[in-house]
Design a protein around this ligand. Sequence first.
Ligand SMILES: C[S@@+](CC[C@H](N)C(=O)[O-])C[C@H]1O[C@@H](n2cnc3c(N)ncnc32)[C@H](O)[C@@H]1O
Length: 191
Amino acid sequence: MLASKFIETEHYSRINVRQLTNLMMLEHLDKFEGGLIIETGSLRPECQIDTDGGSTLVWDFVLNEKPNYRALSIDIRPEPGEHVKKNCKHVQPICSDSITYLNSLTEEDVKDLRLLYLDSFDWSQEIHMQSAFHHMCELAALWRILPSGCMIVVDDRHTEEMGKHFLVDQFFQRLKVEPIFKSYQIGWIKP
Ligand SMILES: C[S@@+](CC[C@H](N)C(=O)[O-])C[C@H]1O[C@@H](n2cnc3c(N)ncnc32)[C@H](O)[C@@H]1O
């Protein structure tokens, strides 16, 4: 069981506000034999697991436990990709602008996508809308070809209205799709 094994790791003890929602993502991934995980924004050399979350290491943990999973981690800078290569055994780094890369994927590429994890454009109060818009564009680049049942998660939800999730949340509200969890991270399942 992914979640119960993850609870025993040092990583879990360090992710504070993300603990419960990370377990919910793992429980979701555990429902499948395998598939694809895509994240935007990779483990960076300056990563503090306590504040960043170290999500790429979590996907590497999943791939170690369930070899039928694959994970792509997209970052616009080469340094995080190099850091992923050094610190992850299984996750494949992609050096690209996330929106450009996601927009290049086909329905066939994402037919087994189980989790889309959006965490690229750093958020601060001054650039709130730029960050929220970037993550909305990431979702828009894939939305129509995302398979039903795929989980979409946005990191760094500071308040209901402040954080990377803001416009993605507005989009789901329009579609009347309720989040399945909502704390520092927010997640939905594509109907
Ligand atoms: C918050 S960090 C990712 C942290 C990582 N998910 C973790 O939990 O450890 C954000 C990363 O997104 C990258 N980034 C910023 N703009 C981007 C873009 N347009 N496309 C892809 N990556 C981008 C940055 O280079 C940075 O490394």
